[in-house]
Design a protein. Structure first.
Lengths: 362, 168
């Protein structure tokens, strides 16, 4: 068989670098302004399969989105009405006891310090110094907790803006994609769709999986904390569940906030250890039962790659970086995979006839 | 009853229904059920091409099947004097580039829109997703492609010109 391929197209490396670099720089400069749009895009992307499910039955997208929003608003109102007494009582409890929490924690911590100093297999002075540093660090983290929570307030301010922008994303996303394909030079259409398809496959499953993880952690930790008799179980479960959008952060927040609450309530480190065991248990169950289902079609990235992405994302873009570090790494992976597929196909590196091709047609 | 009908009409997307009807009219998709056709419409991408616009060039790596909805496409290959030789004229309802759904190999001809043309693209990885998620859709398309491939192979193997070349 003769190779009839004409002159190869050279990959527009310079164009890709210039356009990609400019886009990245613009994103870096504007990321604060783009935050609600990014969150709204993620919101719409997660909800899109529900709209698509009904759209495949021939229903109008616009009507589906409007009806879906109306139904969600009704469910939200009913859910709020049902949960209102619990939310109000938890908020009041937290407000009245908040100042006492810290002083009680400090008292318990220093009371335990003396006992622990004796138990540690270290010279007394060294053990005392080590514990003082550890406790001092932990308490300063707890003291700073309100400011960390306040830092999340701008994101809560987007609570109404995100569904509003997300509405338009849900409504017009298919036209947007088709418009992008129409603008793409005709010879690159197949590559463009290849890239879109790779990103969609990886990212879609990751984001939808994340929603399941957040919901499971929230529900299981709420039930677990209730069983342990911990006050503000709903608030702690919500903090832990929502923090789970950043890998490993949910576990840390659950142990830290739940443990602090347990120490305050029961005055012993044993109570905090039980809370820590609960959250570690939830994490293990999630790893063993939920992640295998989610990861089957997920990003398939090494834990170290995730960690690296989180550190770089957090250092560059703050909380937004932490939130989108792993999906962004997934997009980069898809880009690399598409580029390699394009290059290897163009250079004939993956050509090969199927086995048995030499047998005559009979 | 009429209120229910009006409500249904209000909810039904006429554009979507038109696309489904078009796909149903094609030999490759005719065995699919209504809901499956709906899923297929969602898996397809559409693009319009101007007259003379090249869809793909011989040697490009193929990754999609193209279905002509409106307009016309010409498949060409360079002839002996370098002048393009027209292999086939595709009209609405025809599809081409289907072998890209089986393997990503270089295209064996150049496709050019000869008038304002609207094409639907079924991308290989979308078909792979359908094969996994909705096997009946994937199997229907694959089985049609296998029959098509077999017919072409049979025609080639019974071509007297090829047989005489082989005997020489």
């Amino acid at each position: 068989m003769t190779d009839r391929r004409p002159a190869r197209r050279e990959f527009p490396v310079l164009t890709v670098f210039v356009v990609g670099g400019t886009a990245l720089y613009a994103f870096y400069r504007l990321h604060h302004a783009l935050t609600p749009f990014l969150l709204a895009a993620a919101f719409a992307y997660v909800l899109n399969p529900i709209v698509s499910y009904f759209e495949a039955r021939g229903l109008r997208r616009a009507h589906l989105v409007v009806c879906g929003y109306a139904a969600a608003a009704a469910v939200g109102v009913f859910a709020y009405a049902g949960l209102k007494p619990l939310i109000v009582s938890e908020t009041e409890l937290f407000q009245t006891r908040a100042p006492a929490y810290l002083s009680q924690l400090q008292r318990t911590a220093y009371a335990q310090q003396a006992q622990l100093t004796k138990r540690l297999p270290l010279p007394p002075k060294v053990a005392e110094h080590a514990l003082e540093s550890a406790l001092g660090g932990a308490l300063s983290v707890l003291q700073d907790l309100p400011s960390h929570v306040l830092a999340l307030l701008p994101f809560l301010a987007h609570a109404l803006l995100i569904p509003f922008i997300g509405f338009f994303f849900l409504l017009d996303a298919p036209e947007g994609v088709e418009g992008g394909i129409q603008l793409c030079p005709s010879r690159y259409v197949e590559q463009a769709i290849h890239l879109l398809s790779e990103i969609d496959t990886a990212l879609g499953n990751y984001l939808r999986g994340l929603i399941i993880v957040v919901a499971v952690i929230f529900i299981v930790s709420f039930l677990g904390l209730m069983a342990l008799g911990i006050d503000n179980a709903l608030l702690i479960a919500a903090i832990s569940g929502l923090s789970s959008v950043v890998p490993y952060f949910g576990l840390a927040m659950g142990i830290l906030v739940g443990g602090a609450m347990a120490v305050y309530q029961f005055g012993t480190l044993w109570a905090a250890a039980k809370v820590a065991a609960l959250f570690v248990g939830i994490r293990l169950v999630e790893e063993m039962l939920i992640q295998p289902i989610i990861a089957r079609h997920s990003l398939h990235m090494h834990a170290m790659t995730n960690l690296f992405a989180l550190i770089v994302g957090g250092a560059t873009f703050g909380f937004l970086g932490l939130l989108f570090a792993v999906p962004a790494a997934g997009i980069i992976k898809a880009l690399v995979s598409v580029t390699w597929s394009w290059y290897s196909s163009e250079r004939g590196l993956v050509l090969g006839a199927a086995e048995g091709a030499g047998v005559p047609y009979t | 009853m009429s209120a229910l009908k009006s409500l249904k009409r209000w909810f039904i997307d006429p554009q979507f229904a038109r696309k489904k009807d078009f796909l149903r009219s094609l030999e490759i998709f005719k065995e699919l059920r209504d809901r499956e056709l709906g899923q297929l419409v969602q898996a397809l991408h559409s693009r319009s091409y101007r007259e003379g616009e090249v869809v793909f060039v011989e040697g490009d790596i193929g990754r999609a099947l193209f279905v002509v909805e409106t307009g016309a496409v010409e498949l060409t290959r360079p002839g002996a004097a370098g002048k393009p030789v027209v292999l086939y004229h595709l009209k609405p309802g025809d599809f081409f580039g289907e072998m890209a759904l089986l393997e990503s190999l270089p295209r064996t001809a150049t496709a050019t829109a000869t008038e304002k043309t609207h094409l639907h693209l079924l991308y290989k990885s979308k078909l792979d997703s359908l094969l996994n998620g909705e096997p009946r859709i994937g199997v229907t398309i694959m089985s049609h492609l296998a029959r098509l491939l077999s017919a072409r192979l049979r025609r080639l193997s019974s071509d007297p010109k090829l047989i005489s070349e082989k005997n020489d």
